[in-house]
Design a protein. Sequence first.
Length: 336
Amino acid sequence: MAQTMKAIVLDGIKKTLVWMEVPIPKLEKGEALVRTKAAAFNRRDWWIQQGQYAGLKFPIILGSDGAGIVEAVAGDAGQAWIGKEVIINPSIAWGDREAVQQKAFHILGLPQDGTFAQYVRVPVENLHEKPRHLTFEEAAALPLGGLTAYRALFRRAELKAGDKVLVVGVGGGVATFALQLAVHAGADAYVTSSKVSKIERAMALGAKGGVRYTDDGWSETLKEKVGGFDVIVDSALGDGFAHYLDLANPGGRIVFFGGTAGNIPELNGRQIFWKQLSLLGTTMGSPTDFRNMLEFVEHHQIKPVIDSVHPIQEAEEAIRKMTESSQFGKIVLKLE
Ligand SMILES: NC(=O)c1ccc[n+]([C@@H]2O[C@H](COP(=O)([O-])OP(=O)(O)OC[C@H]3O[C@@H](n4cnc5c(N)ncnc54)[C@H](OP(=O)(O)O)[C@@H]3O)[C@@H](O)[C@H]2O)c1
């Protein structure tokens, strides 16, 4: 086997993503080498390129999402994976507790090199068979966003059929999964977005309606239309967050995992305790969450929404789409 491979390397803050020759990763016992067939962007990759992520280290091969074929496994256990088509769980070393990840937990693609490469090294326990109804590109779009959305909705916010759910900023990768999962769980889903065209796309995926969060009075309009929400899923924080206390039904759950629009503004604590609201932080998910997410996706034959597919050599052009947030769904990279 060759000693080198091609990979997308980021060599510093705000540097261009470069397709270049690097050594093939060396395996430690219990690890597998996956020949990547497709990978996908998350906002995380963009934050890292912008220098706005904890624990930066360069050079780094980005990429938390990927699917491919297992080429080699180090150690006796796991040899049966060789030759299998797999999807990778990017949540590494979660630990034993379902409630929270252990200190050693990390996400594929920083500090450990990620999936934007011809080969990626991952623990065998992070391999899962690729769902049969998904192509490699569709499978690569699923892991990080699907996992985060699944845990947010079902483990943290305990979403049930018939609940009214609001998905904020539906154009986002995780948000699009949250919408799809909520609709398939039998919830009544509504969305917000900066663009009418994205609300329309969300409605084609089963959303019952939506408003632009950039319009004055958006939360009052939504309240008039819908009444209130049992679950609100947010990845933005920022000033909009204060409106969720009005929009939530008594007993409502507000679950969040990102801060794209800044921090949480001053909140009216009395509203939180009087309405018995739960403010729930969530991050990625446990191995059980990942398995449950895959089962749910296979049971409902859900296909990730793909914004666009690019040859991996064009990763730099592809990541620039995230600067404008013009995408709806996932931006995927395809390898030969
Ligand atoms: N903790 C975790 O485990 C975890 C996991 C995944 C992601 N995240 C974080 O969650 C966030 C979303 O990640 P992603 O990969 O889904 O990103 P993404 O695909 O880039 O989504 C960004 C979307 O956020 C929405 N948005 C931007 N500003 C907003 C605002 N002021 N109010 C409401 N919505 C706003 C926009 O939706 P419209 O286009 O519809 O306007 C935009 O498309 C990021 O901050 C990311 O770092 C955290």
